[in-house]
Design a protein around this ligand. Structure first.
Ligand code: PHE
Length: 466
């Protein structure tokens, strides 16, 4: 199969695309709530440690596996090792598939809210819970209907992804990210200025830099690692696939550092936006994560904030860009695998994959409040997400599949392909990899032990975690 492989057209294009994959709902939707629960500053510190010692080496590993093998995630393990190792890739592909099913629907809701704030902010403020319910097909008079608004927007969200992916790596993904990511940074800055200048935001800011070790538990450590991997798009089909489009002239080590820094910066900034803004408007106890928080509680924040409706639009646009650029990386990982592994055409494969993920995702949307899967996880009585279904998905992907795939990947590189090969891949074209020794120790010993421990704890503590 001597077809010429797609490549990124420019250095900045790759960096923005990889950062686009990393920066997603995880950074803006999940991270602030996690940071709050984990005690603010302590969690930030712990998170940074995870990113530096585990996240960054893992990203470097995936990128070099991708570039060295020049193929998709399953093919990469076969090529560099043996077909025995292709299960690692399969877990990545399946995990990416499961994530995309719900990710695309949440992306659709985000899009609906961006429109909603732009056109009918007052309606959202008047009854923020009702508005959310309505979108999901559950009405004030107790009747339910098909949640066509949510589904329509999810379809639109998926369609955008499909169009970009069909256009290919350089003129699709890269071009979209070159516009989307700078826009995202700009929106983020606007919101940051708004949040920290709000009256009463100071306690929130202080909380985020406080080091209250009492709040730190073992579960926080588990959550920090799960969050770091998820946020960096590690343990999925993604960074291996994106790495496979990297030209040999690129410095993988420097790119890894840049992408990790950008992703972590966005997460921390989002923490410094959401937490102080909620402290200043709704009060401390209201901080949470998940659907109920991102769509219902935040309406209260925007209602009380001067210029809130405008900032509401900005916030959901930010989330939308973040979600789109992450979702397209998930789709690309799957499409790259299917097209190469089974020699399928890109266009048809993309349409089939996106279509099926959209359809499966409909179960997710329909399980919120509406007929026929009423209330599997949305607790109508309290207006909160009753986490069973949502958590089950999150548990399966964040806490099992991602760590298992990451573990397979680091054991493979540490003991089969050998760190020396990864280092040689980084050091192509006269690039110096100053931290090569440290990297070898981290990937061979530290990462497998850490991930295995955490995986064991995840299994042991099971579904009670969230
Ligand atoms: N990193 C993305 C986020 O933070 C999610 C994601 C996970 C994307 C895995 C791709 C792969 O939301």
């Amino acid at each position: 199969m001597e077809k010429k492989r797609a490549q990124w057209g420019s250095k900045i294009g790759f960096i923005l695309a990889a950062a686009g994959s990393a920066v997603g709902l995880g950074n803006i939707w999940k991270f602030p709530g996690r940071a709050y629960e984990g005690g603010g500053g302590c969690f930030l510190l712990l998170y940074l440690i995870m990113v530096v010692f585990l996240g960054a080496p893992m990203m470097l590993t995936e990128l070099s596996v991708g570039r060295a093998s020049q193929t998709n995630i399953v093919g990469a393990f076969r090529q560099l090792g043996h077909r025995r190792w292709s299960w690692v890739g399969w877990i990545g592909v399946i995990g990416a598939f499961v994530i995309t099913c719900y990710y695309s629907h949440v992306g659709g809701w985000v899009m609906r809210y961006a429109f909603g704030y732009a056109t009918e902010g007052e309606r959202i403020y008047a009854d923020s819970l009702g508005y959310f319910y309505n979108m999901l097909g559950c009405h004030a008079d107790g009747t339910t209907s098909f949640p066509w608004v949510a589904i329509l927007f999810a379809a639109l969200f998926m369609a955008i992804n499909a169009v970009v992916i069909i256009r290919g790596v350089e003129s699709g993904i890269e071009r979209f990210n070159k516009i989307g990511m700078p826009a995202l940074f700009l929106l983020l800055l606007v919101l940051l200025v708004r949040a920290v200048t709000l009256e009463g935001s100071r306690p929130g800011i202080m909380y985020m830099i406080s080091l209250d070790w009492g709040k730190l538990s073992f579960d926080t450590v588990l959550a920090a690692l799960g969050q770091a991997f998820y946020s960096l798009s590690i343990g999925m089909a993604i960074m291996i696939t994106y790495g496979s489009y990297l030209p040999r002239t690129e410095n993988i080590a420097r790119n890894t550092a840049l992408v990790c820094t950008m992703d972590t910066l966005v997460a921390i900034l989002a923490g410094f936006i959401v937490v102080p803004a909620v402290f200043a408007t709704l009060g401390e106890q209201q901080i949470g994560k998940g659907g109920g928080f991102a769509f219902v509680s935040l309406a209260g924040v925007f209602r009380q904030m001067p210029g809130g409706t405008f900032f509401g639009v900005v916030f959901y646009l930010l989330l939308l860009f973040a979600a789109l650029t992450s979702c397209m990386s998930l789709v690309e990982g799957i499409v790259a695998f299917l097209t190469e592994h089974f020699s399928l055409p890109r266009k048809g494969t993309t349409l089939a994959v996106c279509g099926s993920m959209f359809l499966i995702g409909c179960l997710y949307t329909c399980s919120q409040a509406a007929f026929p899967l009423k209330g599997i996880w949305f607790d109508a009585a309290n207006g909160t997400t009753s986490p069973a279904f949502c958590d089950a998905m999150e548990f399966l992907t964040d806490r099992i599949m991602i760590p298992v795939c990451a573990l397979g990947c680091c054991v493979f590189v540490g003991w089969v392909w050998k760190p020396g090969s990864a280092i040689a891949e980084v050091e192509q074209n006269g690039v110096r990899f100053g931290l090569a020794r440290v990297y070898a120790v981290l990937i061979k010993y530290v990462a497998p032990v850490a991930i295995l421990t955490i995986l064991a704890m995840n299994f042991a503590t099971g579904m009670t975690l969230s």
